[in-house]
Design a protein around this ligand. Structure first.
Ligand SMILES: *[C@@H]1O[C@H](CO)[C@@H](O)[C@H](O)[C@H]1NC(C)=O
Ligand SMILES: *[C@@H]1O[C@H](CO)[C@@H](O)[C@H](O)[C@H]1NC(C)=O
Ligand SMILES: *[C@@H]1O[C@H](CO)[C@@H](O)[C@H](O)[C@H]1NC(C)=O
Ligand SMILES: *[C@@H]1O[C@H](CO)[C@@H](O)[C@H](O)[C@H]1NC(C)=O
Ligand SMILES: *[C@@H]1O[C@H](CO)[C@@H](O)[C@H](O)[C@H]1NC(C)=O
Ligand SMILES: *[C@@H]1O[C@H](CO)[C@@H](O)[C@H](O)[C@H]1NC(C)=O
Length: 378
């Protein structure tokens, strides 16, 4: 199966290159022709059976960058779950993994029984980290989301609030242990309701030098072990248990080495993010996508991560990875044994697979769905 996927992706790449040049309006009519030979005897990497994944985020409509407010009502809190295009777009992948998370996930509280604070939404405030106040997930919304996920057959990877309980230092770091009490009762609620979760992921972009703030590898390892123990306890009579996933941030060789070493068997999948092409508003985006040196840069990251993981554990049995960003990277990632590839985003932002207002699939949706060889929609 892995081999078949690679073949499909290679042919997609060719289609995409020629159509992208046309879009770029390049007067240069020279067409590069060539022949590709595929050695079908062995594969260069193995991916999960359901390796395709897309993300849903927390950003409220007030989130604006570069003069555009690109999220509209695409947040977990306000997404229209009755929209049939949305439902069918997810169903067509059968199953699509959905990674729930993003910058604001680390400032979310869950309105479970133990919560003593009012359950209010994110409010724009430039003095706050990430530009918004703390937000809250009401349990009736979590119920609606799970009813929708079940109907659409999605497999959910939920990113937990890893900044809870830490204090911010003037050097930009976040110190102290993760206070998991609210997350623990949220996981208990989820188990009690029999909601199916594929993986619990700890934190978003807090590893290495972090985005906004950072947590040391030693502290993160200890917090991930706490999460592992919570999952083991809460799901004691349930098999299979959800995966414990971390750290969901940019790759930093020393940080990742220390983290993997200290976490040992208490983590099932290692995740990292890539934004090698920069922000979605970049007017040179198409030229960048067509420039092989950007993918070469990515290859160095994948290569280094792969050797870090190999040197610390039984790579073939215990690790998977997720990442996000532009298409061609998915092939690259597979060739370095990345098991699952999450595309930012399913909907919302400047680069969603679905149009944020109409929910109609953008061209990339079809390119992406082709990887699963289903391609069935509506
Ligand atoms: C045509 O494209 C090739 C490859 O990108 C480039 O080397 C060449 O300079 C281009 N020629 C013109 C006339 O733009
Ligand atoms: C979605 O459908 C449910 C049940 O049919 C209904 O109660 C709810 O108001 C609808 N929500 C929206 C946003 O239309
Ligand atoms: C963790 O947070 C809860 C509130 O959610 C609080 O009651 C508890 O004391 C905190 N635990 C620690 C160790 O600070
Ligand atoms: C829980 O969900 C699983 C499938 O997700 C189902 O097979 C099982 O019957 C459910 N159990 C209860 C008690 O509802
Ligand atoms: C590593 O994983 C392979 C495949 O699952 C297994 O056969 C082997 O025994 C494992 N080795 C160790 C040292 O755990
Ligand atoms: C979404 O679709 C609408 C209607 O076709 C269109 O005007 C808008 O530009 C699209 N949005 C994006 C971000 O492509």
């Amino acid at each position: 199966m892995g081999l078949c996927l690679l073949v499909c992706i290679i042919s997609c790449c060719f289609i995409s290159v020629s159509s992208q040049s046309a879009v770029a309006g390049n007067d240069n009519n020279s067409v590069v022709e060539g022949t590709v030979f595929i050695d079908g005897k062995y594969s260069i990497g193995k991916i999960d059976e359901n390796s395709i994944c897309a993300t849903l985020d927390w950003w409220p409509p007030e989130k604006c960058d570069y003069g555009t407010c690109s999220w509209d009502h695409a947040s977990l809190i306000n997404l229209d779950l009755n929209n049939s295009i949305l439902l069918n777009a997810i169903k067509a992948f059968s199953p699509l993994k959905i990674r729930i998370g993003g910058t604001l996930q680390d400032k979310v509280i869950y309105d479970t029984e133990d919560n003593k604070q009012p359950c209010v939404q994110f409010v724009k405030n430039t003095r706050e980290m990430f530009g918004f106040t703390q937000g809250c997930l009401p349990m009736h919304r979590w119920d609606e989301l799970n009813a929708f996920f079940k109907k659409s057959g999605a497999e959910i990877i939920f990113g937990l609030n890893a900044l809870t309980g830490r204090s911010m230092k003037s050097d930009g770091s976040a110190v102290g242990a993760w206070n998991y009490s609210n997350a623990e009762s949220f996981i208990s609620y989820t188990v009690k309701k029999n909601y199916s979760i594929y993986g619990w992921e700890l934190g978003n972009e807090l590893c290495g030098s972090g985005v906004g703030t950072r947590v040391t590898a030693a502290q993160y390892a200890s917090d991930t072990i706490s999460l592992y123990n919570i999952v083991k306890k809460t799901y004691s009579s349930i098999e299979p248990k959800p995966l414990v996933i971390a750290p969901g941030g940019f790759y930093d060789a020393n940080w990742f080495k220390e983290f993997v070493d200290k976490t040992g068997n208490s983590v099932d999948a290692i995740t990292h993010h890539i934004y090698n092409l920069g922000p979605g508003v970049d007017t040179h985006l198409i030229e960048k996508i067509l420039n092989p040196s950007y993918l070469d840069g990515e290859a160095r990251t994948f290569n280094s991560l792969q050797s870090t993981l190999k040197s610390f554990c039984n790579f073939s049995s215990c690790m998977g990875m997720l990442s996000k960003q532009v298409f061609g990277s998915a092939w690259m990632a597979s060739s370095y044994d990345t098991k699952t590839y999450c595309r930012q985003s399913l909907i919302g932002g400047n680069y969603g697979l679905l149009n944020t207002t109409t929910f109609v699939p953008n061209p990339d949706y079809y390119r992406y769905s082709k990887i699963t060889d289903t391609g069935r929609l509506l």
